[in-house]
Design a protein around this ligand. Structure first.
Ligand SMILES: NC(=O)c1ccc[n+]([C@@H]2O[C@H](COP(=O)([O-])OP(=O)(O)OC[C@H]3O[C@@H](n4cnc5c(N)ncnc54)[C@H](OP(=O)(O)O)[C@@H]3O)[C@@H](O)[C@H]2O)c1
Length: 297
């Protein structure tokens, strides 16, 4: 699988990628989760919005923030049809309502980018009692994707095979933890060896009393994004739908807002190249748009 633009690198922007693959955006319905000012979702929205999608849904938790980005898309691309949708991935009731809102307006979803994500160090839970990073970053997207499945399949029926895409945004942080099937809620239960963090991690990655460690929980959620992607492609490729999972690189966004000073210090050491938001969103757009990536179907 060789991408069309082998010259792309860490400095390539989402704006450039959207322009190069404009034909894959024009006239199609796109849904992006996790959109607010100074987020990767904003960079995605501006890039996709610049290439005349039929309808661009921006689905995120904070109504005022997502509306601010929707207004910016409108300002820069006045003919683009963009709609803000309130979606709290930590509430299954909210996920159902958001999916219903989208279904009431379109009968097909060509591209779904599950980009929303959160990182916290203290244990919290979703409305349903699921550890909040696993619940938001993976379980919420799992439900949202499944609720939109009829619309995704409708799109695939009348599109070139492999051009209907589901992109799940992961992180290099997935290396911190496998999926802890025996203790996904970090309740201090015994887990088999292949569900434990890799050997040799520094002490800050050790679970505290009670069994929780926010870094490991983030890592587990990002591993889940990848496993979900593999499963989707295994089961949907025959219907012309493919899924990719991508790491965007390192970008100073709002993701680290839940970290304390030492958490931010750890984050600052994770990269020696910090991308702009527009550069960070580029990998997601190559995964969503490059026709050369469907050659394994
Ligand atoms: N930035 C990086 O260096 C980096 C590196 C690796 C992976 N990633 C991944 O990239 C993705 C985008 O992150 P980002 O860097 O753009 O972070 P961000 O600036 O914090 O943006 C995350 C977005 O997700 C939304 N969100 C959070 N919780 C939500 C929920 N319960 N329901 C719906 N939306 C929710 C946030 O909304 P509010 O603002 O309203 O809370 C925000 O719009 C994430 O999946 C992250 O794991 C980022």
């Amino acid at each position: 699988m060789t991408p069309t633009h082998s010259e792309y690198n860490e400095k390539t922007t989402a704006t450039e990628v959207a322009s190069a693959f404009a034909d894959q955006i024009r006239g199609r319905n796109v849904v992006i989760t996790g959109v607010g000012p100074n987020s990767l979702g904003e960079a995605l929205a501006l890039a996709i919005g610049s290439q005349q999608p039929a309808k661009l849904f921006l689905a995120s938790r904070t109504e005022a923030k997502v509306q601010q980005v929707a207004d910016k898309v409108k300002e820069l691309s006045p003919t683009t049809s963009v709609e803000a949708v309130t979606l709290n991935l930590a509430s299954q009731k909210s996920i159902h309502a958001a999916a219903s809102k989208i279904q009431s307006q379109v009968d097909r979803v060509d591209i779904l980018i599950n980009n929303a994500g959160m990182m916290v160090l203290e244990k919290e839970t979703t409305e349903e009692g699921i550890e909040i990073q696993f619940g938001t970053n993976h379980v919420g997207h799992f439900l949202f994707t499944n609720l939109l499945m009829d619309q995704i399949k409708n799109a695939a029926q009348s599109s070139e095979s492999g051009s209907t895409r589901i992109v799940n945004v992961t992180s290099a942080g997935h290396r911190l933890s496998p999926l802890r099937f025996h203790d996904y809620n970090f309740e201090g239960k015994e887990v088999p060896v292949d569900e434990r963090p890799p050997d040799g991690l520094p002490p800050m990655f050790s679970p505290a009393a009670g069994g929780y460690n926010g870094w490991l929980a983030y890592g587990q959620s990002k591993t889940a994004n990848i496993l979900f992607t593999v499963y989707l492609t295994q089961h949907l490729a025959s219907a012309g739908i493919v899924s990719y999972s991508v790491h965007p690189g390192s970008i100073w966004t709002g993701l680290s807002r839940g970290l304390d000073d030492s958490g931010n210090e750890i984050m600052s050491k994770t990269s020696n190249f910090w991308k702009s938001g527009d550069q960070g969103a580029a990998t997601m757009l190559v995964a969503a748009l490059d026709p050369a990536l469907n050659c394994e179907l």
